[in-house]
Design a protein around this ligand. Structure first.
Ligand code: SF4
Ligand code: SF4
Length: 288
């Protein structure tokens, strides 16, 4: 199994465009969109979902107003300040409640129940070159790392069932726990960066992380021609630190046009310089 994760310091660096391009070059591809907080790869690949399952992110406290005596004990004890009094009635904020269960334990009239938060969903669907696992974490819900694990486990399951060996992982931006869940066990990490000081800084942070997980890492500089001086600095730093820079993609407004038209740049403008560079990157990664 060959698991390739594509990462970036922040959203909008071109990570999803590169993932979509790989996913539309290769046949019999398994795509795992692990950017569960801001999933958008499905908008390009347009999978026909044949599985959709609820994902329980945790539990939230709910008050039964029929039995609540308004003693306010729960208000005093909730250290997340999730319980307030509104119009002389205790009210629990769904977004502030951490699910710690303390209020349900201390309520003298047993008026607080913990109910599962099940508004997040994961999916499996067919797209034009293979199969895609993706998910939608409901806004404000936590446990994105666990949802990423669900996406990756299902991608591996599909690989075992179909015999398809390649999993392309569109990772979440940043260096948080969802990123760690995305890179654990991956064979290769491609870090997509832009020629800005913050892009350079973010790239180094991600490389720190991938080196801790002993994942083979390489860099792609997207829109490198927007600031060639910083692009050169990034490249120089990568050479000094033995990190291969496997491609430099020039700014091309057709990449956005492709996304708007639900296609990858490879499908939309196969003859463009950006497509040619991406195919060259693809060949390095997949040894094709
Ligand atoms: S502790 Fe129970 S009874 Fe007291 S205000 Fe809270 S929910 Fe109502
Ligand atoms: S479960 Fe915990 S965080 Fe949620 S309202 Fe009760 S005490 Fe507060």
């Amino acid at each position: 199994m060959n698991e390739i994760v594509i990462l970036s310091g922040k959203g909008g660096t071109g990570k999803t465009s590169l993932s979509a391009a790989f996913a539309t070059i290769r046949n019999n591809c398994i795509v795992a969109d692990c950017d569960v907080d801001g999933a958008d790869l499905h908008l390009i690949l347009q999978p026909e979902n044949y599985i959709n399952e609820k994902f329980i992110t945790g539990h939230k406290a709910v008050i039964d107003f029929n039995t609540c005596t308004n003693c306010k004990l729960c208000v005093d004890y909730c250290r997340f300040e999730a319980i307030s009094v509104q119009n002389e009635q205790e009210f629990i904020s769904e977004t502030s409640c951490d699910g710690c269960k303390l209020c349900s334990r201390i309520c003298p009239s047993k008026s607080i129940q913990m109910v599962p938060s099940d508004k997040s969903i994961w999916y499996i669907g067919n797209y034009r070159k293979g199969l895609m696992v993706h998910a939608r974490l409901f806004p404000g819900e936590e446990n994105s790392g666990k949802l990423v694990n669900v996406v990756r486990e299902n991608a591996r399951k599909i690989s075992n069932e179909t015999g398809w060996k390649t999993i392309i992982i569109d990772g979440p931006p940043g260096t948080g726990c969802a990123v760690i869940s995305s890179i654990t066990g991956a064979n290769t990490a491609i870090i997509v960066t832009e020629p800005t000081h913050s892009g350079f800084h973010d790239m180094k942070r991600i490389l720190d992380l991938t080196s801790n997980f002993k994942v083979r890492s390489c860099v792609v500089i997207n829109k490198f021609d927007l600031n060639e001086s910083i692009s050169d600095k990034i490249e120089g730093w990568c050479v000094e630190n033995s990190i291969p820079v496997i491609g430099k993609i020039a700014f091309d407004e057709q990449i956005v046009a492709a996304m708007i038209n639900c296609q990858s740049i490879i499908e939309w403008r196969p003859e463009s310089e950006a497509s040619k560079e991406i195919i060259s990157i693809y060949k390095i990664i997949f040894n094709d």
